[in-house]
Design a protein around this ligand. Sequence first.
Ligand SMILES: Nc1nc2c(ncn2[C@@H]2O[C@H](COP(=O)(O)OP(=O)(O)OP(=O)(O)O)[C@@H](O)[C@H]2O)c(=O)[nH]1
Ligand SMILES: [Mg+2]
Length: 291
Amino acid sequence: MKELIEKLKQKDQKALAKLITYVENNEDTSFIEELPSSGSKIIGITGSPGAGKSSLVDAIITKLRETGKTVGIIAIDPSSPFTGGAFLGDRIRMKKHFLDDGVFIRSMGSGNSLGGLNESIFDVIKLMDAFGFDYILIETVGAGQSEIDIVFASDVVILVLSPGNGDEIQLLKAGIMEIGDIYVINKADLDGANSLKVQLEYTLSFSNVKKPIIETIATSGVGVEKLVESINDCFNNFSKNGELKKRLNRRIKKHAETIVLKKVKHIINSKETKSVSSLVEETIKSLCNMV
Ligand SMILES: Nc1nc2c(ncn2[C@@H]2O[C@H](COP(=O)(O)OP(=O)(O)OP(=O)(O)O)[C@@H](O)[C@H]2O)c(=O)[nH]1
Ligand SMILES: [Mg+2]
């Protein structure tokens, strides 16, 4: 383990991959806490299926690499076996970055077998941060609670919308204003992009914070430079107004919460079903015995 950590610090991608596999398969990952942070910018990218998230991640990587920045990518692959095909598509699309040693791509499942958040995401983020990537991009489909939690593991969240994707209806739902720090209207080349933008502007007008809306065509790279500028502006603002620190604390709390919830679920599932109150009592007792 020591040797692997040493290699990680020397930016050895094979060591990084091995350490990620280790934290995915082992309960005790406390060694991670000793690792220094390099201050990677952690960005969550979410949105409806097919909105163009992977294409956008691909275009952002290209833009960042032009300026010599290094990028780690975590592609959250929903646990369902039916999405295997779509994921393979991502792989092929990002293929051109595979040979670039300034880019590291890793996929992981969104949830654990008990239906909760895959808590290793926090360790994977920390490992990538210790490795020293300038940026860490996390792509996830914005559907279930686990995915929303994953989004909130990031410093800055980009919400990707696209026309003809049912996103017009999404906009009517409460809560959408809070999710993103930066909003992207992707597929700006398609009909309906403008009316989607007008609708988004209207929805965001109810928010207290002014949030940027960037139009992109991910497949050709149009608007991506502006998006990267907007990301960097957002980090500068968040660093000045203390928001980055707040989000780091939120991430630490969420990580702890996920670990405890997992333990609680394990304990409850291992007990015989009696009354609710006895299950609660026995679970709390077992938890106390663990510390
Ligand atoms: N016309 C147009 N098509 C785009 C654009 N961006 C992405 N697409 C296409 O939209 C489809 C879905 O793109 P993806 O990047 O796979 O979308 P995604 O959000 O990652 O999809 P999931 O991960 O499956 O949820 C692909 O066929 C892309 O080529 C765009 O700006 N304009
Ligand atoms: Mg995708």
